[in-house]
Design a protein around this ligand. Structure first.
Ligand code: SAH
Length: 300
């Protein structure tokens, strides 16, 4: 803008930017799920996904570049951890999905992309307050979901924020031995401390927690695990979201058969636990955590 003085232009350049994400790849699934890969200014890359339902869309966004938690079934951690995303970089993903989905209004946001939201706590909360604010995105707190691998102190801190957000806890196993095997974070915050934090969270916020449970062939999907799961969740105001594992060739991960999945679900239902069974979306475009970024980084 040459009609501004050069001094002012310099000042603007030093203090403001028009965003730092650059779209470098885009995949559209037959079911309408769209996955976007963005380059960051420091050569890192980050993914966001738009998941349409009839007339609205849910955005799935990332909070970190890579992931340090190394869950054995998840592609996000395969290249290790690079850094936290700034609040601006988190918001830019949401803004892109909001502007990009012209047909469907972006009504829900889930922090289920790459990284661990509660490990980037301050930037996460800053971005949530903006997403929630009437002056900005105006997305109600109850339509915003944080998903955590079980950072106990983060769950405790979150319970004091006075936010009506949805909390999902990635459980994926019903005993410490199996959970530590597939989620190394369990060695630091074992099931008992995690479930105690969840119990306190529910009590303090009067909100239900969703436990995510990825069903992985040969690992955690047998009936004994389901019985154990209903035992440890008994009396908690919660529901379980069963997710048949997405195939990740690099990790040798695959879902169990349909019958095993249904038996696992029915066992929980019989024990009086609310269960949803997630329909896989975007499988043809590698829309599961970290998969598109993994392909990109493997090439460079
Ligand atoms: N770090 C957070 C958020 C990112 S992962 C967390 O652990 O919750 C978001 C969800 O995707 C988690 O429930 C995670 O376990 C799940 N996920 C990761 N890899 C998957 C795969 N191969 N198949 C199905 N779900 C997967």
């Amino acid at each position: 803008m040459s009609d501004l003085s050069s001094g002012l232009r310099l000042k603007l350049k030093e203090n403001f930017s028009f965003g730092s994400l650059r779209l470098i790849n885009k995949r559209l699934s037959a079911d309408g799920t769209e996955k976007f890969l963005f380059a960051l200014t420091d050569k890192g890359s980050v993914e966001a996904v738009s998941i349409p339902t009839e007339n609205r869309a849910t955005g799935c966004i990332s909070t970190q570049v890579g992931c340090k938690f190394a869950c054995s079934f998840c592609a996000s951690g395969l290249h290790g951890f690079k850094r936290n995303l700034s609040a601006a970089e988190i918001l830019e993903q949401a803004l892109f999905l909001k502007d990009g989905s012209r047909v469907r209004k972006l009504t829900h946001l889930v922090f289920m992309g790459t990284g661990e939201p509660l490990d980037n706590y301050d930037n996460l909360l800053k971005s949530i307050r903006i997403i929630n604010s009437k002056e900005a995105f105006n997305i109600g707190a109850r339509r915003i979901t944080i998903s955590t691998c079980g950072i106990t102190p983060g769950i405790k801190r979150l319970s004091g924020e006075g936010l009506q957000i949805e909390l999902s806890v990635s459980l994926h196993a019903s005993d410490d031995r199996t959970r530590s095997r597939i989620m190394p974070i369990n060695k630091r915050y074992p099931l008992e401390s995690l479930l105690t934090a969840c119990r306190e969270y529910i009590k303090k916020t009067d909100r239900q927690i969703t436990f995510e449970y990825v069903l992985i062939q040969g690992l955690n999907s047998d009936l004994q695990s389901s019985r154990e799961l209903s035992k440890i969740l008994k009396g908690l105001n919660c529901k379980v979201n069963l997710i048949p594992a997405n195939f990740v060739a690099e990790l040798g991960i695959e879902p169990p058969g349909k019958l095993e999945i249904l038996m696992f679900r029915d066992c929980l239902l019989k024990a009086g636990i609310g269960v949803t069974l997630r329909k896989p979306r975007g499988q043809d475009i590698e829309a599961s955590c970290g998969q598109l970024r993994l392909k990109h980084e493997n090439r460079i």
